[in-house]
Design a protein around this ligand. Structure first.
Ligand code: COA
Length: 167
């Protein structure tokens, strides 16, 4: 029987790097498999030119398997998107990307990280909770496509130790 550690050994082969326009075909493929309403290529191109934006990809054996985007403005970090290829879910990659989010936010001296998530997105909410994000409010009918409520989640960075946050 394999242990949980062995099952996650593949994460050691994952390469995380800045997203570029040449990644967008693969990003958009995962995007369509992950969200009810997808961002366009033009939206991503705009985001990649935004000097307050940080967009990173994760590749495994050459294939793009996940990505996230974040803004850092006035000492606040905000996750704009985060997704994992459906075939790679429940294997620790979402958490690994979130580690990068938190690390990047800390390195830019952000005091907290925020995000909005669909109320019915139980997988994402469970992941964020596991990493210390707390629900702070509900945005009624925030998502125009389904009129679903948005949950605002927040993780404070300033008042805690740097170690032992995640797992
Ligand atoms: C949410 C998402 C990024 C999670 O990625 P992932 O690689 O599967 O996450 P991990 O394997 O690292 O899981 C981390 C934790 O999240 C929680 N989690 C993840 N998927 C879950 C699910 N389907 N049900 C319940 N909890 C889940 C668990 O607490 C898990 O920890 P565990 O494995 O120790 O139980 C992925 O499901 C996804 O891409 N969804 C579509 C896009 C999306 O909803 N993005 C979030 C937008 S705000």
């Amino acid at each position: 029987m394999t242990s949980g550690c062995d099952e996650r050994a593949w994460l050691g082969e994952v390469v995380v790097q800045e997203m570029t326009e040449s990644d967008l075909d693969e990003v958009l493929t995962i995007e369509r498999q992950s969200f009810p309403s997808v961002w366009s290529r033009a939206s991503y191109e705009r985001e990649l030119r935004n000097r307050n934006s940080y967009y990173l990809t994760a590749r495994h054996q050459g294939a793009l398997v996940g990505y996230f985007g974040m803004w850092i403005v006035l000492g606040e970090a905000h996750i704009t998107t985060l997704a994992v290829h459906p075939s790679y879910r429940r294997r620790g990659l979402g958490g690994r990307l979130l580690d990068h989010v938190i690390d990047l936010a800390r390195r830019h001296s952000a005091a907290r990280v925020t995000l909005e998530v669909r109320e019915q997105n139980h997988a994402a909410i469970a992941m964020y909770r596991k990493f210390g994000f707390e629900p702070k409010g509900v945005l009624p009918a925030y998502y125009g496509d389904t009129r679903e409520n948005g949950v605002v989640m927040l993780k404070e960075l300033s008042s805690e130790g740097q170690a032992g946050d995640s797992h």
